[in-house]
Design a protein around this ligand. Structure first.
Ligand SMILES: Nc1nc2c(c(=O)[nH]1)N(C=O)[C@@H](CNc1ccc(C(=O)N[C@@H](CCC(=O)O)C(=O)O)cc1)CN2
Ligand SMILES: Nc1nc2c(ncn2[C@@H]2O[C@H](COP(=O)(O)OP(=O)(O)OP(=O)(O)O)[C@@H](O)[C@H]2O)c(=O)[nH]1
Ligand SMILES: [Mg+2]
Length: 460
């Protein structure tokens, strides 16, 4: 049992309507009682569980009023942490919340570590590790889609799937154990066939989950997108059109954008971290030269490249050079300025960029932008069915565990097929079971748990 009581500011720092100081642990209600004077009655303990109550936070020694507040206590185990919890809603702003926090710390609470409330919810068994991790994803979600997926995971969608697979593995282990304990030639034959089928099914299920990881990671972290092209082709104009605001400076002068500009934009629920770059060209201008170098750096780091060309010009040497770079990347080719007479050899361009999507657009005339957005969405989902979203794998730790689990079960299939003794097979099957358990936290070391919660924000 955890025997100390923790406290932290649960709301974001700064001026706000209200601020919340939260306590959890065996002394939570006692400490609240000592610092709170209700406006009616004598003690918070005279009020029912979970009843929001008006009164004053008062320093118990000096009787000084610290702030007017609404407070509530919630008796465990049916609380966020599954322990006794007390919450003080005071005026927002850094002074009242800090004064109240230091008051409750002086009454015997300990300053909570980052994520410690949620860690307790996990250690006390109210939620599993994947659900605890989802709490952070809920908070940091950048689009509604990311939020929906995180909320699904918080409610246990991924945990349920992993749980189902682990139950099937347990069945396999039971079959193996029976055969090891009571070997019999005839049964053994049936066992090998049955095991192979079961193992293959598990490999397939894990592979299906893994196949969502690419999309999941993008939805959680955003798609790093870079807009590149020669000077003056309309890169900044495109950036502004995607953002639906005039963020980047647009002029008819080539070399207008001197440095990279980064912004977030949501395209049909997919967060794009979009970077407008300085046009790539040979230049003697020192500022522009650095800009071009930075453009190349961002190009190298991007998940998606949007290569913009001027359709009203024929391809130049500079375009040719960029084409070489773009060919090896996930890229969309935009022929901009199609409101002007088309000069560029589109068929020739497509030949130089086999398999790449080429879209005709005009940023100023707002032509082709919808097709660009649809293409991006299509690339992110990679043909995946949308209703599967709720069990997308969004977390690299989960992805890594799934990869090891898949490898172990593949090893088991190999061992079965080459008629290895059953205790060999069992080792691989058990490994698979353990790796999957890392996701829900059933089979994970304390160090990993500590590392996960250390990345949480204070007060969560
Ligand atoms: N004031 C306040 N608002 C908040 C939170 C909080 O801790 N305090 N939350 C913090 O993130 C979120 C809500 N999450 C919560 C999750 C579970 C329980 C809870 O008490 N669960 C119990 C009993 C539920 C019931 O009434 O049946 C349980 O699961 O046993 C509370 C909050 C968002 N809003
Ligand atoms: N006719 C036409 N002009 C466009 C279109 N899109 C952009 N332009 C014009 O092209 C010029 C250059 O646009 P920018 O967006 O600054 O081009 P850029 O690629 O960011 O240029 P640098 O920052 O210099 O590399 C501006 O005068 C724009 O108004 C288009 O679709 N049609
Ligand atoms: Mg520009």
């Amino acid at each position: 049992m955890i025997d100390d009581t923790i406290a932290a500011i649960a709301t974001a720092p700064g001026e706000a309507g209200i601020g919340i100081v939260r306590l959890s642990g065996p002394m939570a209600v006692e400490i609240l009682d000592q610092v709170f004077v209700p406006s009616r009655g004598k003690s918070i303990k005279d009020f029912p569980n979970r009843r929001l109550t008006h009164g004053y936070i008062v320093h118990p020694q000096t009787q000084d009023k610290v702030d007017e507040a609404l407070v509530v206590y919630m008796k465990g185990p049916h609380t966020y942490t599954a322990e006794d919890v007390a919450e003080i809603d005071c005026h927002g702003g850094i002074v009242p919340v800090r004064k109240i926090l230091s008051l409750v710390l002086s009454m015997g609470a300990r300053m909570a570590e980052p994520g410690e409330f949620t860690k307790r919810a996990f250690l006390n068994g109210r939620i599993d590790l994947a659900q605890a991790e989802a709490v952070m994803d809920v908070i940091s979600a950048k689009t509604e889609k990311g939020f929906d997926i995180a909320l699904g995971q918080l409610e246990g969608s991924l945990s349920k799937e992993v749980g189902k697979i682990r139950n099937n593995i347990l069945e396999m282990i039971a079959h193996i154990t029976v055969n090891i304990d009571f070997p019999d030639e005839d049964i053994e034959e049936i066992t090998y066939q049955g095991l192979e089928k079961q193992a293959k099914e598990i490999v397939d299920t894990v592979a299906a989950l893994l196949s969502t990881a690419h999309t999941g990671k993008i939805i959680r972290e955003g798609l790093k997108t870079v807009i590149i092209g020669k000077p003056n082709v309309g890169k900044s104009s495109l950036m502004n059109a995607l953002l639906k605001e005039s963020r980047a400076i647009v002029t008819e002068v080539p070399g207008t954008t001197r440095d990279v500009i980064e912004e977030y934009v949501s395209i049909q629920g997919i967060p794009l971290k979009i970077v407008d770059t300085a046009g790539i060209r040979e230049t003697e201008d020192i500022v522009e030269k650095i800009g071009v170098e930075r453009s190349k750096e961002f190009f190298n780091k991007a998940d998606l490249v949007i290569f913009v060309l001027n359709a009203a010009e024929s391809l130049t040497e500079e375009d040719q050079q960029i084409i070489q770079l773009v060919n090896e990347r996930d890229a969309i080719i935009l022929l901009n300025k199609t409101d002007l007479p088309m000069v560029v050899d589109e068929a020739g361009l497509q030949e130089m960029l086999p398999g790449k999507k080429v879209i005709r657009i005009s940023v100023t005339e707002e032509i082709g932008l919808k097709e660009l957005e649809d293409t991006i969405v299509q690339m992110v989902y990679g043909g995946q069915v949308k209703h599967k979203d709720l069990s997308l794998v969004t977390n690299v730790r989960h992805q890594n565990a799934l990869e090891r689990a898949k490898k172990s079960m593949e090893d088991a299939v190999g061992a079965i097929q080459s008629n290895m003794p059953l205790d060999f097979v069992e080792v691989d099957v058990r490994n698979c079971w353990e790796y999957l358990g890392e996701i829900t936290g059933d089979t994970v070391g304390e160090d990993i748990i500590d590392r996960i919660f250390a990345n949480f924000c204070l007060g969560k």
